[in-house]
Design a protein around this ligand. Structure first.
Ligand code: PHE
Length: 371
């Protein structure tokens, strides 16, 4: 019997060593260790043996199983290494060769749209403001009239940071100074701007935002642009005109129809959701058209809430304003006809070649912001 097992082991190990690929190796595995494999069946015979027999046979059969399993694992590692080496050899790039053309990189559509936004709003007298992506609870929520118990907090799918959680547990967290989360929107830049600048204020704030959400139209990191105007005697009319002017310039057509829908945000009152009319062209939704076939929601906005103005140390009876927040990735998708958001952030050079822009193609109002 021992002789048989030794023979069997040699035979199997030879077959394993000779396996020329992962498929062949897997066939060896199934033959020896699969459900009906030779060794599996041998292991099953242990149950029917006398205790004396088992004492002798058990370790031998287990030893065989171990030797074969190890042989398979080793061969697998060798084959995988060889496959990787072959791939590395065939995909090599000689970095020392001189470039045969101008650089192949392109401007990402998100960067392009951000440049377009800056250009359009600069023309309306807006400066570009920024804020940190790692924020405090106070700037991201509380100062925006979203107190700790507000349901809107749960709706934001916030990524909280361990340092904030720890500080809270230790009772040392100061919500104004503990950077405890990834900002869920660009609205905290409203707060930072009002705290650091004297009104009148006119800014846009483009940048990265984060929410725990992922599908074809949501990624955990995405981009928004915030707009904020604080001045005297500002009304909803100013908001409507500004957004209409922006959307017309952005989509480069005059036959844009906006629909203002009553909505709710804790930091604006009243709040308005803005839809833009689209027309169907060969079954595809194209923004624009005097008589829309339907509506696409493009941004949230409203008159800045008194409490927000107060939280920033300003007198709401003296200063009023409007604010809006808009998804940049969605704007890019609508303007440049992409229907999946995920490839935006894959860093695949083929996608960038197809959808990217020439670095020499700086958007200008006179030359066309999207040309
Ligand atoms: N911050 C809001 C959001 O992310 C958008 C918004 C900004 C609404 C400013 C009104 C005013 O959904």
């Amino acid at each position: 019997m021992t002789e048989d097992l030794n023979q069997m082991r040699d035979h199997m190990l030879t077959a394993i060593a000779a396996a020329s690929g992962l498929d062949a190796l897997d066939a060896c595995r199934v033959e020896a260790l699969g459900k009906q494999g030779t060794i599996t069946l041998l292991l099953k015979t242990l149950g029917k043996m006398t205790p004396e027999e088992r004492l002798v046979q058990g370790p031998q059969i287990q030893g065989l199983r171990e030797a074969v399993a190890n042989g398979i694992a080793e061969r697998k590692a060798t084959l995988e290494r060889a496959a990787l080496d072959a791939r590395l050899a065939s995909e090599t790039l000689d970095m020392t060769l001189p470039a045969d053309a101008t650089p192949a990189g392109t401007i990402h559509p998100v960067s392009q749209v951000m440049d377009e936004l800056a250009e359009i709003f600069a023309d309306l007298g807006f400066a570009v403001a920024t804020g940190p992506e790692i924020e405090t609870d106070w700037h991201n929520f509380t100062a925006l009239n979203i107190p700790e118990t507000h349901p809107a907090r749960a709706m934001h799918d916030t990524f909280y940071l361990q340092q904030g959680i720890d500080a809270k547990a230790a009772g040392t967290a100061d919500e104004k100074t503990t950077f405890s989360l990834l900002r869920t929107h660009t609205s905290p830049v409203q707060i930072r701007t009002m705290l650091s600048q004297k009104p009148p204020i006119r800014i846009i704030a483009p940048g990265r935002t984060y929410r725990s959400d992922s599908d074809a139209t949501h990624t955990p990191m995405f981009h928004q642009v915030e707009g904020l105007v604080i001045d005297k005697g500002i009304t909803l009319g100013h908001l409507k005109w500004t957004l209409e002017t922006f959307v017309k310039a952005f989509f480069e057509r005059d036959d844009i129809v906006l629909r203002l829908r009553p909505s709710y945000f804790p930091f604006t009152e009243p709040s308005v959701e803005i839809d833009v009319g689209y027309t169907l062209v060969k079954g595809k939704r194209v923004v624009g058209g005097a008589e829309p076939d339907g509506w696409l929601e493009i941004l949230g906005s409203g008159m800045v809430h008194r409490k927000v103005i107060e939280a920033c140390g300003l007198d709401p009876d003296e200063w009023q304003g409007f604010a809006f927040g808009c998804g940049i990735d969605r704007l890019a998708m609508l303007k440049y006809g992409m229907d999946d958001l995920r490839p935006f952030f894959d860093g695949d050079i083929r996608w960038l070649k197809h959808y990217g822009f020439s670095s020499l193609d700086v958007p200008t109002l006179s030359g066309g912001v999207g040309a």
